[in-house]
Ligand binder design. Structure first.
Ligand code: SF4
Length: 211
């Protein structure tokens, strides 16, 4: 298991371990935190399946043509792991842990199985990635679709870009307060994202100061 796989596996273990201690009420509370984000993901999935399924075929994923799943280590946020675990059956999480134990030959994502991605709800970075070929094929025929995609990309930030309170940050905080820590907690350990938070805070403070 390489260091990437170890980080992923540890994060999955942490999430599963805390979730297993939850009462139904606590679980429901966490699910309601992510409900709006899940609605957004459904909208994105529907857009992609309607307009891109003819271009992004299974064949593309299985060959090495697809730029999205052919990278050895994709970025996954801790919140991606939490949301996916909330939606998955135990056996699906076990499968992820199993593949993480196997050596990866390096030309594709460790989570890419024979029928596609093994995550029930794939990481946001993967979902929002469209290769140049696919974009050209679809958007050159219909500029309206390009505008719609741009709008979805903007809305993604409402959940993942911490210049305000975002669910990806909230979910990390939830686990940090419970005593967990992971390198995947980028909202709390990426210098770039910490700067975004800091700038947003100083903006809020100076607005209040100006009142
Ligand atoms: S996590 Fe899933 S969607 Fe993302 S690169 Fe890996 S196989 Fe592809």
């Amino acid at each position: 298991m390489n260091s990437y796989q170890k980080e992923q596996s540890d994060a999955l273990d942490m999430v599963r371990s805390l979730l297993s201690t939850f009462s139904p009420e606590e679980r429901q509370k966490l699910e309601s935190e992510v409900a709006d984000y899940l609605g957004f993901r459904e909208e994105v999935a529907s857009f992609l399946s309607t307009h891109f399924s003819r271009v992004c075929t299974q064949k593309c994923y299985q060959s090495r043509l697809s730029a999205c799943c052919t990278r050895e280590g994709i970025i996954t946020f801790f919140a991606d792991v939490v949301v996916n675990a909330l939606m998955s059956q135990d056996r699906e999480i076990n499968l992820l842990l199993e593949v993480l134990k196997k050596p990866n030959n390096g030309f594709k994502c460790v989570y890419l199985g024979e029928k596609g991605c093994l995550w029930r709800l794939k990481p946001i970075v993967c979902e929002m990635f469209l290769c140049e070929h696919a974009k050209k094929e679809v958007f050159s025929e219909n500029r309206q679709l390009k505008h719609k995609w741009d709008e979805l990309k903007q809305r993604e930030k409402l959940y993942t870009w911490p210049d305000r309170r975002v669910v990806f940050d909230t979910l990390e905080s939830y686990f940090i307060e419970a005593g967990y820590s992971s390198p995947l907690m980028y909202m709390h350990n990426s210098p770039g994202l910490l700067r975004v938070k800091q700038r947003a805070l100083s903006g809020t403070a100076s607005c209040k100061g100006g009142d």
